[in-house]
Design a protein around this ligand. Structure first.
Ligand SMILES: C[S@@+](CC[C@H](N)C(=O)[O-])C[C@H]1O[C@@H](n2cnc3c(N)ncnc32)[C@H](O)[C@@H]1O
Length: 270
């Protein structure tokens, strides 16, 4: 699970310092942050078309790892698949369950929601596709990833695929080390900062309310997450060491972010 970076770099850190006691800092996936992430995810269809295209070719149920509030789970269900959604954050699990409860029974009945850690899980069954989308593999550090690969191997059916995405941080595209964006989230907007200096092992994403009165009064809720930088070549080498072969790299369309991401399609070989 991510931890809060108390020293947030760049303009986000300066803004946080300027807010002083007004600022209430959250991890992006805690009880408050999960609501914010859910609002953001309602406006994002990144990766969905590509994932559906691949999963359509694969028989069997789908395991959606680190499912969050179901941004990917729901379209997998909508295509008629049986889906197991595994997630660590209790607040994300609540949001996903509420979303399923509010939806059609036909979808809800095909979904199993499981609290669990993607770096060590045992569900006692196998899947045609195991998905770890939205560059979430980067939330695990070097110590956590071998457990993820081992657990995924134990859950892939013969011929099944492990589908995972990562961001290719590109120094040439960076320009400035920090980007500031106003992004839609639910019914409102957020001011999002992404900080990464070329060579840094991680990037930091921090969000403030879109309508922020910097000289006003009252609490300001700020959410942050630190995401490791894991280039596709490195991921592919780690997967090879864990007994996977990457059968395809699918470039993903840029989605209002500075850096391109790629979807790896891996299969167990050894
Ligand atoms: C970037 S979000 C992706 C959520 C969802 N898949 C989506 O596409 O919107 C990352 C998710 O990983 C979850 N997470 C973080 N560490 C985890 C772990 N060790 N095991 C399972 N889930 C984890 C977070 O709670 C969060 O919901």
């Amino acid at each position: 699970m991510t931890t809060i970076t108390t020293t947030i770099p760049g303009r986000a850190g300066e803004l946080l310092a300027a807010l002083g006691d007004r600022a209430v800092l959250h991890d992006m996936y805690d009880a408050y942050g999960s609501q914010v992430y859910h609002g953001l995810s309602q406006h994002g269809d990144h990766e969905i078309r590509e994932l559906l295209g691949i999963i359509r070719q694969l028989p069997g149920p789908v395991l959606d790892l680190a499912a969050g509030s179901g941004r990917l789970t729901m379209p997998f269900l909508a295509m008629g698949r049986e889906v197991t959604a595994l997630e660590l954050s209790p607040s994300m699990l609540e949001l996903l369950s509420a979303r399923l409860d509010a939806g059609p029974a036909a979808l809800r009945e095909r979904c199993t929601v499981v609290p669990g850690d993607m770096s060590d899980f045992s569900l006692g069954r196998r899947f045609g596709a195991v998905v770890l989308g939205t560059t979430t593999v980067s939330l695990l550090d070097e110590a956590g990833r071998p457990g993820l690969y081992r657990s995924v191997r134990e859950h892939l059916a013969e011929g099944g695929r492990f589908l995972l995405s990562t961001v290719e941080m590109d120094a040439a595209r960076s320009g400035e080390n920090e980007a500031e964006m106003i992004v839609p989230a639910g019914e409102s907007t957020l001011r999002m900062y992404e900080y990464w200096a070329p060579g840094d092992a991680a990037r930091t994403v921090t969000v403030f309310p879109g309508e922020l009165d910097e000289s006003g009064e009252g609490e300001v809720h700020v959410c942050t997450t630190t995401i490791g930088v894991l280039p596709a070549d490195r991921l592919e080498a780690e997967l090879a060491e864990a007994g996977f072969a990457v059968r395809a790299r699918h470039p993903l369309p840029m989605a209002g972010v500075r850096h391109p991401s790629v979807l790896l399609e891996a299969e167990v070989i050894a």
